[in-house]
Design a protein around this ligand. Structure first.
Ligand code: ADP
Ligand code: TYD
Length: 208
C-alpha cells in the first residue's frame, strides 16, 4: 500500500493503554532478530512534525478549533510520511508507529462533533496510505487514564478532557477495528507488559 518493500505496523488505543511500551518492546524484539526497525510516533516522527506536536499537545484544551486541529495533525503526518516513513519502507525497514491516521479518525473525527467525513477526505488527498497491520491495545478507560496521569508531562491537552473522552475513544477504536478488520488486531492490554508483548509478537508472526 505504501509502495515500499518494508512492513508498516501501527499501535493504536486510548491514552495510557501501553502503546509506547509495546512499540518499544516489539522494536527491541525485531532488532534482536536482525531486522532494521524504525520506531516512530505521531504526532511527530520528523523534525517538522515534532514542532507541530508541541503546538497541538500543549496549552489550553480549547486552544484550537476542531478543524484547525485536524489540519495541524494532517500536516504533521504528511511531513512524517515524506521524511521518515516512506524512505524507511523503500529500503525495506519495518516501521513501527505509535499512533497513525486511525487516531485522527477517532480524536478529530469523533470527539469534537462529527468530522469523520473531513478526516477521510483529507486523508485521501494528503496521506493515502494505511499500515499493513494495526495493533489496537484495548483496555479499561479508567485504569488507562490513571496510568497516563501518573506520567505527568506537559503534553496534557487531550488528557485534560478526562474519563468521558477515554470511554468514547475506547468504543470508537473497537468500532474502527470492525470497520478495518483486515488490518486490525485487538490485543488485551489489561495484563502485565510481557503478556501483552507475547500477543503482539504472535499477531506479527501471523501477518508474515
Ligand atoms: P501509551 O503510549 O498508550 O500512552 P505507555 O506505554 O506510555 O502508554 O504506558 C503508560 C504508563 O503505564 C507508563 O508509565 C508505563 O510504564 C505503564 N504501563 C505500560 N504498560 C503497562 C502494563 N501492561 N501494565 C502496567 N503498566 C503499564
Ligand atoms: P500520544 O503521545 O500517543 O499520547 P499517549 O501516549 O498518552 O497515548 O498522543 C498524544 C495525544 O494526541 C493523544 O491524546 C491523542 C492525540 N492525537 C490526536 O488527537 N490525533 C492524532 O492524529 C494523533 C496521532 C494523536
Amino acid at each position: 500500500m505504501t509502495g515500499g518493500t518494508g512492513l508498516f505496523v501501527s499501535f493504536e488505543g486510548i491514552d495510557g493503554s501501553g502503546k509506547s511500551t509495546q512499540a518499544r518492546l516489539l522494536a527491541e524484539h525485531l532488532r534482536c532478530a536482525g531486522r532494521e526497525v524504525v520506531l516512530t510516533r505521531e504526532p511527530g516522527g520528523s523534525p517538522g512534525a515534532e514542532e507541530i506536536r508541541t503546538l497541538v499537545l500543549q496549552g489550553d484544551p480549547e486552544r484550537w478549533s476542531a478543524e484547525t486541529e485536524l489540519l495541524l495533525f494532517t500536516a504533521a503526518r504528511r511531513d512524517h510520511l515524506e521524511r521518515t516513513i516512506r524512505p524507511a519502507l523503500a529500503r525495506g525497514a519495518t516501521v513501527i508507529c505509535d499512533r497513525f491516521a486511525d487516531s485522527t479518525r477517532m480524536y478529530q473525527g469523533l470527539s469534537r462533533g462529527d468530522l469523520r467525513g473531513a478526516v477521510d477526505t483529507l486523508h485521501r488527498l494528503m496521506i493515502g496510505v494505511e499500515p499493513d497491520l494495526t495493533l489496537l491495545i484495548d483496555m479499561d478507560p479508567e485504569a488507562a487514564l490513571a496510568r497516563a496521569k501518573a506520567r505527568a508531562t506537559a503534553e496534557e491537552r487531550f488528557e485534560d478532557f478526562g474519563l468521558p473522552l477515554q470511554q468514547q475513544m475506547r468504543a470508537g477504536f473497537l468500532a474502527l477495528a470492525a470497520e478495518f478488520s483486515d488490518r486490525f488486531r485487538i490485543i488485551d492490554g489489561n495484563r502485565p507488559p510481557e503478556a501483552v508483548a507475547q500477543d503482539v509478537r504472535a499477531a506479527l508472526q501471523a501477518q508474515a
